[in-house]
Design a protein around this ligand. Structure first.
Ligand code: BG6
Ligand code: MG
Length: 223
């Protein structure tokens, strides 16, 4: 039986994934690197350090960056990102999310945040959602990032639930892979081909419907 919902943040609760991508594009441009269209999905869900490694991998394979240079690039990206999210308000909560959270609370479901972002607490506060979730996984405590299941396993454990009792929401293929590797039910939000591994796919957050998701989860889990 469905008892809990586990949410990615960037690209699910708010449209902040585009700010991450824009900031990485600024870093790439500065280094003479052009990010390919595939980077739009590939950069979602991955930690800051892992994202930087991916950005650099699109450049000169012989280029060598010291740890200090990498730290500077990651800090520069984060400074640009922080500028972009500074003006976020509750109006930036993606369509359908406020209704979904209200329906979930009315149904007595437990809610958790499973975001790789160290900026998640600040964003939730700006969106007026600081108290909307029972728990949040602290990404600084993780050993492995998405697509590893660790963050979704931790979110589920922090709610005291089993894999069969939760549904995870993701806009990234790495995130859907993490949910599936945790043995949980995955809702993919976005392109059906990119997110094909999800159990249930909607084109955007406005199409999220708790009744439909609950029915699909029950059909799969046999309850
Ligand atoms: C994820 C984003 O939620 O957080 C990634 O999808 C980002 O794009 C990651 O790299 C880490 O975010 P931050 O804010 O800690 O750099
Ligand atoms: Mg995301």
């Amino acid at each position: 039986m469905l008892k809990g919902l586990l949410f990615d943040l960037d690209g699910v609760i708010a449209d902040t994934a585009r700010f991450h991508l824009a900031a990485w594009n600024q870093v790439a441009t500065q280094l003479g690197i052009t990010l390919p269209p595939a980077a739009n999905d590939a950069l979602r869900g991955r930690s800051r350090e892992s994202s930087l490694a991916l950005v650099l991998s699109y450049g000169d394979p012989h280029a060598v960056y010291t740890d200090a240079q990498k730290a500077d690039l990651a800090a520069q990206k984060n400074a640009w990102y922080l500028q972009a999210i500074d003006a976020l308000t509750p109006a930036d909560i993606l369509p359908g999310i406020t209704r979904l959270l209200a329906d979930a609370q009315a149904a007595g479901l437990h809610l958790a945040i499973a975001s790789a972002s160290k900026n998640a607490p600040a964003i939730l506060t700006k969106l007026g959602l600081a108290a909307a979730f029972e728990t949040r996984v602290d990404p600084a405590t993780l050993h492995r990032g998405k697509p590893d299941p660790e963050i979704y396993q931790r979110a589920q454990a922090q709610l005291g639930l089993t894999a069969q009792e939760v549904v995870g929401f993701e806009d990234a293929s790495a995130g859907v892979a993490a949910i599936k590797a945790a043995g949980q039910f995955a809702v993919g939000i976005g392109d059906a081909t990119t997110l094909a591994a999800a159990d249930f796919i909607v084109p955007n957050t406005a199409a999220l419907d708790l009744a439909a998701i609950t029915a699909a989860h029950a059909a799969k889990e046999g309850d």
